[in-house]
Structure formats: C-alpha cells, structure tokens
Design a protein. Structure first.
Lengths: 162, 279
C-alpha cells in the first residue's frame, strides 16, 4: 500500500468525502452520534504524511466546515488546528508506541476537539446541550479504529521498507 | 512549528471575535460559501435524484388519485377564497374608517430546502436561494401551514435559515382568539415552542392558535405559528408555563416560501438590526 509518499489522490478524496459526510443528512436519533469525520481523517493523514498534511490543511478544512455548518468562522478551524498541532508533536513517536496507546491519545485529542467547540459555543452565547455534546467522541473512536487497521498495515509496510 | 501554530491560532481567534462582534465578514463568508457550494450540491444530489425518480416512476393510478385529491382541495380553497375576498374588502373599508394603514400584499418565492445537515444542536437549514434571488437577512420563511423561520445568513446561491424552534429564536406572537400579545421562544426541539412571558392570570387556553403579531417587523402579520399544547399555572411564580406545538411541518418540509412584504422591502436593513435585538 503506497499510502505515504507520492500519492495525492487518496488524501484529497478522503478529505472531500469527510466534508460531505459531515454535511450529509442522517436520521434524527443519529445526529448526536455523528462522528467527527473531518477530525478523524485529518488526524489520520497528519500521522501518515505529516510533511504534507499539517496545520494549514487543518485551518483550511476547518474554515470549510465552519461555512458548511454555519458555525462561527474559525471555530472548527481552531479546534482542528489545536489537535493536529498536538498530534504532529507526537508523530515521531508513533512508530514505537503500541496501537492501544495511540488510540488512547486519539480519543483524548477528539475529546479536546469537542471541548474547544463546546467552549467557543459557550463564550459566543450559543445554546447547546451539555450531555449530547460528547457523544461524537464515542462514534469517532469507532471510525478511528477502522482507520487504525489501515494505519497498522501501512506501518508494517513502512517498517519492512526500513 | 510552535510559532506557526501560535500565529494560526491567533488568526482563528481574531476571525471568531470579528465574526461574533460585527458582520464585517459577510464578504469572506460569501466567498467561502461559493467554494463549498459543490459539496452542498453533491450531498443534496442523491435526495434530489431520489425525489425526481419517485416522481417519474409514480403509477398512473396514484397520479389520478392525487389529481382528484388536489382538485377537491382546490375547490375547497376557492370556496374559502370567495369569502376571503369579501372579508378583505370589508377589512379595507373598516381600516379606511379607522384611518389605519392598509395591510400589504406579499410577494413570495418558492425555495427548496437542501438535504444538508448543519449543526445538530441548532435548528437550521440551507435553502437553494441566495443573493442572486434577492434574499436578505431577516427574511421570513413560511410553508403551506404557517411560519417556518427566518433567514440568518445569505450566500450568492444559498441562504441559511433559522427555524422558529431554534433555541436562539424568538418570535412575537398573538393569541388569535383574544389578541393577547407575547413572545414564543424556540426550545431546540423541532416540535415545541415555549411562551415564558405569559402571566398566571392571562387568558390563554389549550388549543389556542398563536399567530404572528407583526411586531418586530420580520414576520408578516397574522400567519399561523403554533397551537397551545399545555398551560401550567405556577402560583408561586409570576409567569405560567406554556408549551406550544408549531403548525408548520418543520421536520417534513422540502419546500418553503420566502416572503417579501412591502414594508420589509423598503427597510430590510432596519429589520436585520431588529432581528439581532430580538434574539
């Protein structure tokens, strides 16, 4: 799997798909559990190809998400920027830490992402429920686990190459 | 890396502050809105396609039935209209006598709701009309049954609207039976409105129809808003607890009407500022 270098189609396609999934209509009961598609996909690519998907991509995707969902301009951009930055500081170690620990880190980053969104909503006086706000962390983790199996294969291939 | 992060983070925060405080970012928003327009269209496409497919594949028998039903509805509506014409004339004469300004005619435009989900915690939706069609911020949206919401953000081809059930929305209403004026607030639940400023002694009953009062200048006067569902007197408090159910099919609508009335067309800017005061 040539996920790492030279391939530009997959990252672009997956980010576009993430934006579309973020806006796709879902049944009412599911809305609270909508995974944070963009955050998960962006974290994935910033782990796999940190030299190409960094903070600028995060801000760009965040702004697109802001306009698409009618949020405050810069809200998702700031949240994505923060988690991608932290993720990239951690990236050099990803080849040596166990997958369980990596997942734990991602869950914490997703929680941080939700918290930033929640915090900004609070400052901007926008009414949001407190409990449902955290539901996407669960569903996003499930999506992450799927992404992780891909990442794991990539890692083995990369290791073999080294 | 830390410096880049700090600069970008400051930029994001500055952007949010400016966007929250002022509306200087209209232009930026509009440009970005055009940029993400293909995504909106792509997301909406399967639903639009499904609808047109189900239209073209409807059986002839069903079409005949629907035709028959519509014919009956039209007969009914025409009958009501005949009476309305006479009432309108009478109303105009009475208004003349009272020296009060005549009610305006409304110009409407049908807009389609895009099948695009916005923030799940707010009752908002996109419609497929924008600046190109003369849509403006603060414009009222109605459906066949009553008031739906108002426009809060306009892009070149699409506009974002807030439903009357959004937790940040307030709508001046009047009890149709006796003219009692109050404010209906959204709850965040698309089937409920609450009326927190009704006193315990006020004359309001379960089943009362609430209509828009025209105060605030956003919504035209006299359109149905909701039916009162529950009135709970609270002797210890100054206000009763009143819950109402919107008459418009907020969760089932696919098409809505954008309304221009003569009064709002001349003072659209004033209205926009009044919207923010109301919220």
């Amino acid at each position: 799997m040539a996920l790492g270098v030279g391939n530009r189609i997959w990252p672009a396609l997956s980010l576009l798909a993430a934006l579309m999934l973020a806006a796709a209509p879902v049944p009412g009961w599911f809305t609270a559990f909508r995974p944070e598609w963009v955050a998960v996909v962006l974290l994935f690519w910033s782990l796999v190809a940190p030299e190409r998907f960094g903070m600028l991509t995060a801000v760009g995707m965040g702004l697109a998400l802001d306009v698409l969902t009618g949020a405050l301009l810069g809200q998702h951009a700031l949240a994505l920027l923060l988690v991608v930055y932290l993720c990239q500081r951690f990236q050099p170690r990803i080849r040596v830490i166990p997958l369980a620990q990596l997942t734990l880190m991602i869950v914490m980053l997703l929680a941080l992402y939700e918290f930033v969104l929640f915090w900004v909503d609070g400052i901007a006086d926008r009414t949001v429920p407190f409990v449902e706000r955290w539901a996407p962390i669960l569903s996003s983790t499930v999506v992450w686990l799927v992404a992780l199996t891909v990442l794991d294969r990539w890692r083995r291939v990369a290791h073999a190459r080294i | 890396m830390g410096i880049v992060f700090a600069v970008l983070a400051m930029a994001c925060i500055a952007l949010m502050v400016v966007d929250h405080r002022e509306s200087h970012l209209e232009r930026v928003r509009q440009v970005l809105s055009v940029a993400v327009h293909p995504i909106r269209v792509a997301v909406d496409l399967p639903f639009a396609a499904w609808q047109s497919a189900s239209h073209s594949l409807t059986a002839q028998r069903e079409l005949l039935e629907e035709n028959e039903r519509l014919r009956r509805d039209r007969l009914n509506a025409n009958f009501q209209l005949q009476r309305l014409a006479a009432l309108e004339m009478e109303n105009a004469r009475l208004r003349d006598l009272l020296d009060s300004p005549a009610a305006h005619d409304h110009r409407v435009l049908v807009a389609e709701i895009l099948a695009v989900d916005l923030d799940p915690y707010r009752q908002r939706f996109n419609v497929n009309r924008g600046l190109a069609n003369g849509v403006f911020v603060g414009q009222a949206l109605l459906d066949a049954n009553g008031v739906v919401g108002q426009v809060v953000d306009v892009g070149p081809f699409t506009a974002e609207a807030m439903a009357i059930t959004d937790a940040d929305h307030a709508l001046p209403v009047r009890v149709n039976r006796n003219g009692l004026r109050t404010v209906a607030l959204g709850t965040g639940d698309n089937n409920r409105l609450r009326l927190p400023y009704v006193t315990n002694s006020a004359d309001i009953e379960v089943g009362d129809l609430l209509v828009s009062s025209g105060l605030g200048g956003v919504f035209p006067l006299g359109f149905p808003v909701a039916h009162v569902l529950e009135v709970r007197m609270r002797p210890g408090q100054s206000f009763a607890e009143v819950i109402a159910e919107p008459v418009s099919a907020l969760d089932r609508d696919r098409e809505v009407l954008l309304v221009w009335n003569a009064a709002t067309e001349t003072s659209a800017v004033d209205d926009a500022s009044r919207v923010s005061e109301l919220q």
